[in-house]
Design a protein around this ligand. Structure first.
Ligand code: NAP
Length: 290
């Protein structure tokens, strides 16, 4: 099976590329735009329609994973055009290239918990979306476009992926190793998703793509936690208790952080999960034990 990862140079892309490279059934291709993090990655500008079309018609992948985007909430809030071009156009250009070139490629598009409003939490894959940020709004535009397009596709919503290379996770682990005190929000809830669990979930989806009718899928860890609780679990995993964790409150009425963006895993994914959230996270945290 030929798999093309668009945005393989991203945090998630690097992990997914390594994961699928290790699988004998897959011939995996990865693209980069500015950061050639692996020597065999192909240069690819997802905003250049001609390049998207020529690359896809040449490679003719069975599966395409679209990761290109801009998840920086602040940047997206300050510049809607930038948010729109990076979170909407790659999905649109890829879907149009697949359909215009009569390709059989199946598309998995990475969307986000930010398509939800963020006050009630426990969002299911059938809940109505009501994004409050430019990031969420432009991801939802891409979702809506794909749902109306004739291509075979899945919208994959995930949240707060934890692993090596993840900004929040690396910051937290480093703070837990060196800070004496660390304040963490108790009123900001989410469903953190260990990267190893995410890779297995994508593998499950790719291998059963045609059997699964559902188009919108929530692939997240099974625990709704606040940031303080999450930091506690990481601290236990690290076995380093020199940092005093202090509860703090965020003013979610003014902040880009939402009170509760937690999502419920899609039923369809319940069968593949081999380990608990804690076990997946422990193995991710083990890589940081000095
Ligand atoms: N990380 C999470 O916890 C999380 C949660 C939910 C959803 N997501 C979604 O999953 C995707 C990957 O997330 P991430 O955290 O791994 O992203 P990331 O590290 O911020 O990487 C962004 C990617 O977009 C690529 N890109 C930027 N401009 C491009 C262009 N013009 N053409 C092609 N590619 C371009 C970048 O390539 P270069 O670096 O080579 O320039 C990079 O590969 C994003 O769409 C994000 O919204 C992530």
């Amino acid at each position: 099976m030929k798999l093309l990862i668009i945005g393989a140079s991203s945090f998630l892309g690097n992990h997914l590329y390594d994961f699928f490279q290790g699988k004998k059934d897959f011939s995996t291709f990865g693209t980069y735009f500015k950061n050639k993090t692996k020597s065999d990655f192909l240069y690819f500008d997802a905003l250049n329609k001609d390049q998207v079309s020529s690359t896809l018609s040449e490679l003719r992948p069975d599966h395409i994973i679209v990761l290109s985007g801009n998840k920086n909430l602040k940047q997206c809030e300050l510049d809607y055009e930038k948010a729109y071009s990076l979170n909407f156009c790659p999905a649109k250009n890829v879907a149009e290239a697949v359909s215009e070139n009569n390709l059989k490629s199946r598309i998995i598009f990475f969307s986000s918990d930010y398509v939800f409003e963020g006050s009630k939490g426990y969002y299911s894959d059938s809940d109505e979306c009501f994004p409050k940020t430019n990031y969420g709004k432009t991801k939802l535009l891409a979702e809506t476009f794909l749902l109306k397009s004739p291509v075979r596709m899945k919208i994959l919503r995930t949240s707060a992926v934890m692993g090596k290379g993840g900004l929040f996770f690396e910051w937290l682990i480093s703070a837990l190793k060196k800070e004496k005190r660390l304040s963490m929000f108790t009123n900001v809830f989410f469903t953190p998703t260990p990267i190893n669990f995410l890779c297995e979930g994508i593998d499950f989806l790719v291998s059963r793509f045609d059997e699964i009718e559902q188009k919108v899928i929530h692939l997240v860890g099974e625990l709704r936690l606040n940031r303080f609780e999450f930091a506690k679990i990481c601290q236990i995993n690290l076995g380093n208790f020199n940092t005093l964790l202090e509860p703090a409150m965020e003013d979610t009425s003014t902040s880009l952080f939402k009170h509760d963006l937690s999502m419920i895993q899609s039923e369809i994914l319940k069968n593949f999960q081999k380990e608990s959230f804690e076990t997946y996270l422990r193995s991710v945290t083990d890589a940081f034990k000095a």
